[in-house]
Write a protein that binds this ligand. Structure first.
Ligand code: GAP
Length: 432
């Protein structure tokens, strides 16, 4: 984890928020390379969940919502961590993280009884700061989907089974943010609420299994190593207050197995709560069967940042002479880097610049002319660029270039005229 953290800072993936002022715990900034990776993570999810399906539509709901939403959803009452304080050193701990009655910092047995601590950030709307202006920063994007459920299905003319997907920021006042971007206070979620007919129940379980398998396969398709992923099913008292069944997809992080994504069977809990609290009818009316019912929800939910961490950790490899990120090309910040062999030969530099510019409309590229070619390969390997293109003296005569493969280091000569289609084919091949 230290190696990844250092690489992320060195190469412009991730910085600590407000580092200039000593940093903010649990908040992170994505640098010039990191922002590309993050966009690609979102893009991969959105493409596979929304664009390539005809049964899912998108939504972008506001972070600020009516406080009544969080009372109805159970977050005001239930979204707590149990905390204990040390009376000696004043440190605060999550009760479920302690293994004895001793304070892990000072060793004294002066811990208080556990107390509930709500993880929602409070804010106020408008000029007055009183109880009537109180609001919360959303701790999950899901509730925006439930609250807009009727507007979305009516305008999109969808009927169960269908889903509503959303990507957006969420905020949780985590007591122990940590393990780099694994647990933050400000993070981003990608959530799908998939609405299915509530009867027969067996069919809802079939949809639940379908999404568990579909989501597991998604990680495989993006290159995550099979042996580092597993499914853990929860039952009984281990389930969240809203859930009838939950499976976590877990990853073998450097600090142990940890949750990466949760797939929850939420039953009709959320819609029932919002009907009761708002007094509005959210039931779905099926024109064909003339049946009216609240659909059951299957929810695959994951964090963009946590997914990004998994992709980084999984792709990371230290070889004898280099560090390389074997990122899937769909995720790689740059698909191709273009270098002039030397920077003091204007014809070579100009051809390299022309080539890089001509590739831009069809793939994310970067240009690098600093240091020698070996150093440039090293830099691109560290940020996971699948293909590097070098323009040299021969390129001026023969109008061809060297293309070097990140994973095998193999090099081939390719004619400049067919370079674009060659690179696109190579990247597409990788994806299969
Ligand atoms: N709507 C259901 C829900 O929010 P969750 O298990 O609390 O469920 C879903 O969160 C996913 O969001 C997690 O699997 C994880 O990937 C991500 N996540 C949750 N809390 C996070 C945090 N503090 N920092 C980063 N990611 C987080």
């Amino acid at each position: 984890m230290e190696e990844i953290t250092a690489l992320c800072k060195r190469r412009g993936f991730i910085f600590q928020s407000s580092e200039l002022y000593g940093g903010v715990n649990g908040a992170w900034d994505y640098g010039p390379v990191g922002v590309e990776l993050k966009r690609n993570v979102r893009e991969a999810w959105w493409r596979d969940i929304v664009e390539l399906r005809d049964d899912v539509v998108g939504l972008d709901s506001a972070i600020l919502m009516a406080p009544a939403v969080w009372r109805a959803s159970g977050h005001v009452e239930n979204f707590h961590d149990q905390m204990v304080d040390c009376k000696t050193c004043k440190k605060r701990w999550r009760a479920d993280h302690l293994t004895s009655d001793q304070c892990p910092a000072c060793g004294n047995k002066t811990l208080t009884e556990p107390r509930a601590f709500n993880m929602m950030f409070k804010t106020s709307i408008g000029a007055m700061e009183d109880a009537s202006s109180e609001a919360y920063l959303r701790p999950e994007t899901a509730q925006g989907i439930f609250v807009d459920f009727k507007l979305a299905y009516q305008t999109a003319r969808k009927k169960p089974p269908f889903g509503i997907a959303q990507i957006g920021k969420a905020f949780r006042n985590e007591i122990t943010p940590g393990n780099f971007i694994f647990r933050s206070r400000e993070f981003e979620q990608m959530e799908l609420e998939y609405f299915v007919p509530t009867e027969p129940e067996a069919e809802t379980m079939r949809w639940y299994d379908y999404w568990v398998n579909e989501r597991f396969d998604w990680w495989m398709r993006l290159g995550v190593q099979h042996e580092r992923l597993r499914k853990t099913a929860y039952a009984g008292k281990d389930l969240a207050h809203y859930s009838k069944a939950t499976t976590d997809l877990e990853y073998d992080f450097p600090f142990g197995w940890g949750e990466l994504e949760g797939i929850a069977h939420r039953g009709t809990f959320d819609l029932t709560q919002h009907v009761a609290a708002s007094g509005k009818d959210l039931a779905f009316f099926d024109e064909e069967s003339k049946e009216k019912y609240l659909p059951t929800v299957i929810e695959p939910s994951l964090g963009v940042d946590r997914a990004l961490l998994v992709f980084l950790l999984d792709a990371f490899e230290r070889e004898a002479d280099r560090t390389v990120l074997h990122l899937h090309p769909r995720l790689a910040p740059y698909k191709a880097a273009v270098f002039p062999l030397v920077r003091n030969k204007p014809d070579i530099v100009e051809l390299a610049r022309t080539i890089e510019k001509s590739l831009r409309p069809s793939m994310r590229t970067t240009f690098d002319d600093s240091g020698n070619v070996g150093k440039r390969y090293y830099r691109q390997d560290e940020i996971g660029t699948p293909l590097c293109v070098t323009v040299d003296y021969d390129s001026l005569e023969q109008h061809d270039v060297t293309v070097r493969d990140r994973d095998t280091k193999a090099q081939v000569r390719v004619a400049v005229d067919s370079l674009g289609s060659y690179l696109r084919d190579r990247l597409a091949d990788w994806s299969r």
